[in-house]
Design a protein around this ligand. Structure first.
Ligand SMILES: NC(=O)c1ccc[n+]([C@@H]2O[C@H](COP(=O)([O-])OP(=O)(O)OC[C@H]3O[C@@H](n4cnc5c(N)ncnc54)[C@H](OP(=O)(O)O)[C@@H]3O)[C@@H](O)[C@H]2O)c1
Length: 330
């Protein structure tokens, strides 16, 4: 079969190549999925660079999510139940950028065929992160302001639309002026272009001196540090990404006084939850994708053999949406 192979740790366009590799066989408790499509997420590229939560193994090991059809089950009841179903593939070991992927049977989620395959491809990572951060960890109440840094990302856009659906207001920070009108049209209550005015002044102007209490930050560095400083004294910020690659610098006194700075990583968070809660989460994600709240903006599509161009497109500033590897037919 064809698969994207990680040859060494480094720049994705240099170390990834499309190659012929042996067809994998599912073991006990595993299924083999004939892949249809898989998105290129920031986590895939961080892994390739050796800057993710785990260190990468070399080989056909990249690609954490996607959509496919279960084509073979190893020994075990759950796998047999999944056989032939269209599934969202949440692959904890990576390896979805291939014609066939081996996945634990409890990490594939059957999805009704009425959802478009490109939406099923991005069913889990961003939508689940959005719901867990906003509804479960921060518990943003109706009417409150939530500051959304790097708001033009696929995930940032979901936050804006969830604000409309759940009744909280979004104050969206972007680094490019061109995004301001687009994000307001999507439902953003306010958009601040970074570097135009001190954040505290922008917040006071927009929220009429009610400093926002809730924030989510995937950037870090100067941007995330300034955001944390401008939050209310009883503020709560979740850090969920490292887009700038730079550390956060925060004054200790506000932390001592009770302002909260916390990390969020979906991989760890999901392990703290019982199965029934995850099943309800999947149901809610499907409902909100259908409702146009947690849908992923579609971007350029590439075949596995064009992996070098695909990973470059995935990190291009101003890309129209999520870059998708289209692998096989339904
Ligand atoms: N912790 C978790 O469990 C978890 C789960 C899911 C996602 N995430 C994180 O969520 C973030 C967004 O993911 P996504 O899939 O939505 O990404 P995406 O659609 O690829 O968007 C990336 C966005 O980041 C912006 N960006 C890149 N570098 C930046 C910088 N240095 N400063 C400010 N903005 C920058 C880009 O802005 P331009 O448009 O201006 O280029 C673009 O809008 C990523 O950091 C990802 O790792 C974390």
């Amino acid at each position: 079969m064809k698969a994207v192979v990680l040859n060494s740790v480094g720049e994705p366009s240099e170390v990834l190549s499309c190659e012929e590799v042996p067809m994998p066989e599912p073991g006990r408790g595993q299924v083999r999925v004939k892949m249809i499509a898989s998105p290129i997420n920031p986590s895939d590229l961080m892994l390739t660079r050796g800057r993710y939560m785990v260190q990468p193994s070399l080989g056909p090991t990249v690609g954490y999510e996607g959509v496919g059809i279960v084509d073979k089950a190893g020994p075990g009841l759950l796998g047999k139940y999944m056989a032939g179903k269209q599934v969202a593939v949440i692959n904890p070991n990576g390896g979805n950028w291939a014609e066939y992927a081996i996945v634990p049977a409890n990490r594939v989620v059957p999805i009704a065929k009425d959802l478009p395959t490109e939406q099923v491809a991005s069913f889990f990572v961003n939508p689940a992160t959005v719901l867990c951060m906003v509804r479960e960890v921060l518990k943003v109440p109706r009417g409150a302001w939530l500051v959304n840094n790097a708001a033009g990302s696929a995930l940032g856009r979901m936050i804006i639309k969830l604000g409309k659906a759940d009744g909280f207001k979004t104050l969206n920070i972007v680094r490019r002026e061109a995004l301001a009108e687009e994000l307001k049209a999507l439902g953003g209550d306010a958009v601040v272009v970074e570097g135009r005015e001190p954040l505290a002044e922008a917040f006071a102007r927009i929220t009429h001196d009610h400093e926002p209490k809730y924030a989510i930050d995937p950037v870090g560095g100067e941007s995330g540090s300034a955001l944390f400083e401008a939050l209310a004294t009883d503020g709560h910020m979740l850090v969920y990404g490292t887009l700038s690659g730079q550390p956060l610098v925060v004054a200790p006194r506000p932390l001592i006084a009770g302002k909260r700075l916390e990390g969020f990583y979906l991989g760890n968070y999901m392990q703290t939850r019982p199965l029934w809660k995850n099943l309800l989460l999947f149901k809610e994600i499907a409902r909100l994708i259908r409702a146009g709240v947690l849908d992923t903006p579609p971007g350029e599509r590439f075949g596995l053999e064009d992996i070098k161009a695909a990973v470059q497109a995935a990190e291009r500033s101003g890309k129209p949406g999520k870059v998708l590897l289209t692998i096989g037919s339904e």
